[in-house]
Design a protein around this ligand. Structure first.
Ligand code: ADP
Ligand code: MG
Length: 564
């Protein structure tokens, strides 16, 4: 193929513009992104070669090399991974297949700091090379293709890129960055080394750099032909807990999650028994931008005996725990486990159940802790992830009871942080049910006339104001034997909370107002099913309620908004 010029997809152009014009703080992360791509490419080769060993050709080693040429002012990242065919280079390095680009740009445009760190989260890491380079050349050959079907991709990171066919004997990819004026700091071994150990230590492949030696005659460091590994390449989770510091746990988390903040909590265990595996799972301190996307890639990586298998193994974690990040390394699964197999495997089921329970235990430990800082952590967790956790109440019948205890709400007693246990402990003498009301907002719930009699009698009512609450309530009927009752449905029965005299008065009133009720009923025909005398109001003259068993007024409004 002769040289062809292609135009970048519009989104890529926008990204490139942002990258080169405003992403400057933390620019060093370009190296992490390119090393991580090199590592992904090696993982892909290993995975595809499980079915087709010929892909290894005559080069069985998987490794990453980072080098620089001070005269040419280039930094090169090479790998012996899967490589790219010409078509793949055009598709993968010219368009963006993933969603999230728009969020990415919105974030950057809004973000004062313009933190380049964000880029990896959004699947556009490759383009971060243009922060420091004004030209990038990619030379690649896909494993299994003949040597003369290599490809060279070149771009200055503006409107377009060029591709041409080249001969490349070794499979894999070289990414060559032609540094911008002023970026010479990256033409130094110590600088590159320090960035690698900061961000890429956990990469389980060796990252090699050329050795340096002091030359007394020239009075400077010179590069030797010998290469040495510069990362620890230790799979952290395989080490024993007692040998790992909090710092190491935190930095591993940051490497796998692209989060800049330390995690809220983690759990690290070797599980033995029917199925053997190691789990290292983290709860982030804040929600990612795509928390609401239920289809997004899972945050738990699957390894089998330290070999990376897949990244988005949704079979390992229920959807409502999609915010959990970490690693699961199985000792039992076959290396060539496919996605389909994963869904069916009994071992995977056991891992998923075990890991779910672990995460719940972690949350319970924070929620029930006497320690103020743990309690505070749980409150932070709840603020960011509570609504997602509520999905579990409907989706995970096995753990429903545990999940319900983790829920926190507002009530007429406190604006936040009320658990069902708190509520039950404050129930009035003779109170048999848990009262709640749903609404669009806390203000709307608090001002509801339905609450009047409860206020008067000082009976606590849960105020459920999250969108998922209605849905959750369709799966939740009781807590510890006490049923949940909406104060906006049916004729609220206060049972023993009403004394005999009150009951009698109510009956008398119902009798006395009968003719009036009849008149109202016929006046409201077709609009109201029934008109009743009620004891639930104190100050307001009237309120609207729905029939027991009907959908609530709040849900009806939500459905209407959604166009149903
Ligand atoms: P992501 O890594 O999240 O997919 P990137 O922007 O970092 O996004 O990379 C885009 C794509 O380019 C990758 O998905 C991959 O297909 C391809 N790619 C990048 N670097 C390499 C490499 N070293 N070897 C093979 N393919 C690569
Ligand atoms: Mg990448």
């Amino acid at each position: 193929m002769d040289k062809q010029t292609h135009s970048f997809q519009a989104e890529v152009k926008q990204i490139l513009h942002l990258v080169t014009h405003s992403l400057y703080s933390n620019k060093e992360i370009f190296l992490r992104e390119l090393v991580s791509n090199a590592s992904d490419a090696c993982d892909k080769l290993r995975f595809e070669a499980l079915d087709n060993a010929a892909l290894f050709e005559d080069q069985p080693t998987l490794e990453i090399r980072v080098s620089f040429d001070a005269d040419a002012r280039t930094v090169t990242i090479s790998d012996t991974g899967i490589g790219l065919s010409a078509e793949e280079a055009i598709a993968h390095l010219g368009t963006i297949a993933k969603s999230g680009t728009r969020e990415f740009m919105a974030r950057l445009e809004g973000d004062q700091k313009k933190d380049a760190n964000l880029i990896g989260q959004f699947g556009v890491g490759f383009y971060s090379g243009f922060i420091v380079a004004d030209r990038i050349t990619v030379e690649s050959r896909r494993a299994g293709l003949p040597a003369d079907q290599g490809v060279r991709w070149t771009s200055e990171g503006t409107g377009d890129f060029e591709v041409e066919t080249i001969t490349k004997p070794g499979r894999g990819t070289n990414v060559i960055l032609h540094l911008r004026e002023g970026e010479d700091e990256f033409l130094k071994t110590w600088r590159l080394k320090s960035v690698i150990s900061k961000y890429s230590d956990h990469i389980s492949l060796p990252i090699l750099m050329r050795k340096e030696e002091w030359d007394a005659d020239k009075a400077e460091q010179v590069l030797k032909d010998e290469w040495e590994p510069v990362n620890k390449a230790s799979a952290l989770w395989t080490r024993s807990k007692s040998d790992i510091t909090q710092d190491e746990y935190d930095s591993f988390y940051k490497q796998i999650s692209y989060d800049t903040e330390a995690p809220l909590a983690f759990t690290h265990n070797r599980v033995e028994g029917r199925s053997e595996y190691t789990q290292l799972l983290y709860i982030p301190a804040k929600a990612p931008f795509d928390l609401w996307n239920r289809d997004k890639r899972g945050g738990v990586k699957l390894y089998v005996k330290r070999v990376f298998i897949m990244d988005d193994a949704e079979a390992l974690m229920p959807v409502y725990l999609r915010f959990v990040k970490g690693v699961i390394d199985s000792a039992d699964l076959p290396l060539n486990v496919s996605r389909e197999l994963l869904q069916e495997s009994r071992d995977v089921k056991a891992i998923r159940e075990g890991s779910t329970k672990r995460v719940l235990s972690m949350l319970e430990a924070l929620a029930n802790s006497e320690d103020v800082s743990d309690k505070d952590k749980y409150a932070r967790f709840w603020k960011d992830f509570g609504q997602v956790l509520k999905e579990g109440v409907g989706e995970d019948a096995t753990n429903q009871e545990r999940l319900v205890k983790l829920l926190r709400f507002a009530s007429t007693h406190a604006d936040e942080g009320v658990s069902f246990q708190d509520y039950v402990s404050r129930m009035k003498e003779g109170q048999e049910v848990i009262y709640y009301i749903t609404a669009d907002s806390l203000a709307a719930a608090k001002n509801s006339p339905q609450l009047e009699v409860f206020r008067k009698k000082d009976i606590e009512v849960m105020l459920l104001v999250d969108r998922v609450d209605e849905w959750m309530l369709s799966h939740l009927y009781e807590f510890e034997g006490k049923s949940l009752q909406s104060v906006a449905k049916g004729s609220v029965d206060l049972g023993q909370l009403q004394d005999e005299e009150e009951k009698k008065k109510a009956e008398e009133a119902a009798e006395a107002f009968k003719p009036m009720l009849e008149k109202l009923k016929s006046a409201l025909e077709g609009k109201a099913k029934d008109v009743r005398v009620t004891t639930r109001l104190v100050d307001s003259p009237a309120c609207i309620v729905v029939e027991e068993g009907d959908i609530s007024g709040h849900l009806a409004r939500m459905l209407k908004q959604a166009g149903q």
